[in-house]
Design a binder for this molecule. Structure first.
Ligand code: ADP
Ligand code: ASP
Ligand code: MG
Length: 455
């Protein structure tokens, strides 16, 4: 039986008609049954801007953004020679975009719920266009297959945490069965939106920025796919972000555990949650470039052949360090419980942590500072000190916590860079530490040279 393949294409792979046709060729050659697409490059940012400007009452700015987005999509439709049915679908989505912006403008209020409805339009517009590109490619190859547009909100059911909704895995699987009973027939290519879903009551939600990778993984799990492919603008996962180190090398194979650490600790190439469904169902994940589909790319699998000490490194910017101190922690129990309960109540996730007898330091995303109530609640049980403008440097590999001399090699390489906090020991796969934001790139470049380029 042919393999059931889900392919996801990111924003740059949807950049214009040429990119869409190139991506559709890739999906055709891969024999994909389901294609999950992002919004066209820049559109999600434009939609966020639209919501923000509308809330501020800046209508001329909103009109400029609306015109820009309409023109971008109309141009692609015209270059793809889209049929009138698709053009009509696009115009209807433009009207919805205009009405939502107008509503936000009138109310001067853009709730997370309203923002999700607005942002969903990015993927809903691109998927209409991509379905046409896919149909053209299928026809040109005389494949006998057709392209079919599926509204992801009919299957990707989530909870109601707007802005960062959680997929309801079991519900998704049953909706996939109901809406896609013939997905294994290989007669159609189903095109759907990444990033968006809906509550069981039908309210539109999004999975958080960069969430299309996660959508594709959830859908791959939902239809019990054999392979998940993530097509982007780089030829696979590299030893570090190629924008940071031009000498970054592509990685042929990486384990689920290492790739999860890499994604969580800042490698934008995969949304941090992408591998959860793949791990649950043991679905191998391929990462490749839609611009250079012949390049080898990266396989992410449960078992891999090589287990290097340092495989890759990542930089997670915009971190804050929150230090909580209280003498009451001396010889007392339950303090950590109280702290974690507060973070849990506010749904804030902690990345790295260290403790001393009377203090605890945790790293958080700097957006946490917007949550004034969290800091106020923490201040009720301890003195709170917040340090900003930090970056978390992570080295990812194998047997890291059982290798003597590694710490010395790392810190010798960056001996003149102040290290604010270190996290080592909990994971075999990760060694991370905090540095000042402006020294992060330099730290990565030196460590990459030492552990990858000269290794
Ligand atoms: P898409 O729009 O296709 O989802 P993203 O911009 O979200 O693409 O992710 C791809 C980008 O991730 C690359 O252009 C690259 O700059 C960045 N990146 C960060 N770390 C890595 C890494 N280790 N390997 C490859 N790319 C990385
Ligand atoms: N379009 C969304 C974003 O820009 C989701 C994605 O592209 O993955 O964040
Ligand atoms: Mg992405």
């Amino acid at each position: 039986m042919a393999k059931l393949i889900v392919s996801k294409f990111g924003g740059t792979s949807m950049g214009d008609a040429e990119c869409m046709l190139r991506s559709a060729e890739v999906a055709f050659r891969q024999n994909s049954s389901m294609v999950v697409v992002s919004a066209t490059s820049g559109t999600t940012n434009d939609l966020i801007n639209l919501g923000t400007q509308a809330e501020k009452g800046h209508w001329p700015e909103c009109e400029a953004l609306l015109t820009k987005m309409k023109e971008r999509h109309r141009r692609i439709a015209s270059d793809l020679k889209s049929n009138s049915e698709s053009s009509q679908k696009l115009e209807t989505l433009f009207e919805e975009m205009q009405s939502l912006a107008k509503g936000v403008h009138l109310l001067r209020d853009c709730s997370v719920k309203a923002m999700d409805a607005l942002m969903s339009l990015g993927e809903r517009m691109s998927s209409v266009l991509f379905t046409d590109a896919m149909a053209t490619v299928l026809k040109n190859h005389g494949s006998g297959k057709s392209a079919h547009l599926l509204d992801a909100r009919d299957v990707l059911k989530t909870d109601d945490s707007f802005g960062k909704a959680k997929p309801l895995t079991a519900v998704v699987a049953s909706h996939c069965q109901r809406h896609l009973p013939k997905i294994r027939d290989m007669k159609t290519v189903v095109v759907t939106q990444g990033y968006i879903g809906s509550t069981e009551e039908g309210m539109t939600t999004t999975l958080g920025r960069g969430g299309s990778d996660y959508s594709a993984a959830i859908l791959a799990e939902g239809i019990a796919a054999d392979v998940l492919e993530i097509w982007t603008d780089v030829a696979g996962i590299a030893t570090t972000d190629p924008r940071l180190c031009p000498k970054a090398k592509p990685i042929a194979e990486i384990s689920f555990k290492e790739a999860s650490e890499l994604a969580t600790f800042g490698a934008k190439v995969l949304h941090p949650a992408t591998l959860l469904p793949a791990i649950r169902k043991n679905i191998p994940v391929f990462v490749g470039s839609s611009f250079d589909a012949e390049a080898k790319g990266t396989w992410v699998r449960k078992e891999v052949e090589q287990h290097p000490l340092i495989r890759a490194m990542a930089l997670r910017k915009k971190q804050i360090l929150v230090t909580l101190s209280t003498p009451e922690m001396l010889h007392a129990h339950g303090f950590l419980f109280q702290i974690f309960k507060i973070f849990n109540d506010h749904k804030v996730s902690i990345d790295a942590i260290t403790t001393s007898e009377i203090s605890v330091s945790v790293t958080l995303d700097d957006s946490t500072l917007l949550n004034k109530k969290l800091i106020a609640d923490l201040s009720e049980i301890a003195d709170v000190q917040v340090e900003e403008n930090l970056s978390l440097v992570s080295l990812i590999g194998n047997n890291i916590n059982h290798t003597s001399g590694l710490g010395k090699d790392i810190f010798d390489t960056i001996s003149d860079i102040n290290v604010r906090m270190i996290c080592l020991g909990a994971s075999k796969h990760n060694f991370c530490f905090l540095v000042n934001e402006e020294q992060g790139p330099e730290a990565i470049q030196r460590l990459h040279k030492k552990f990858v380029e000269l290794a």
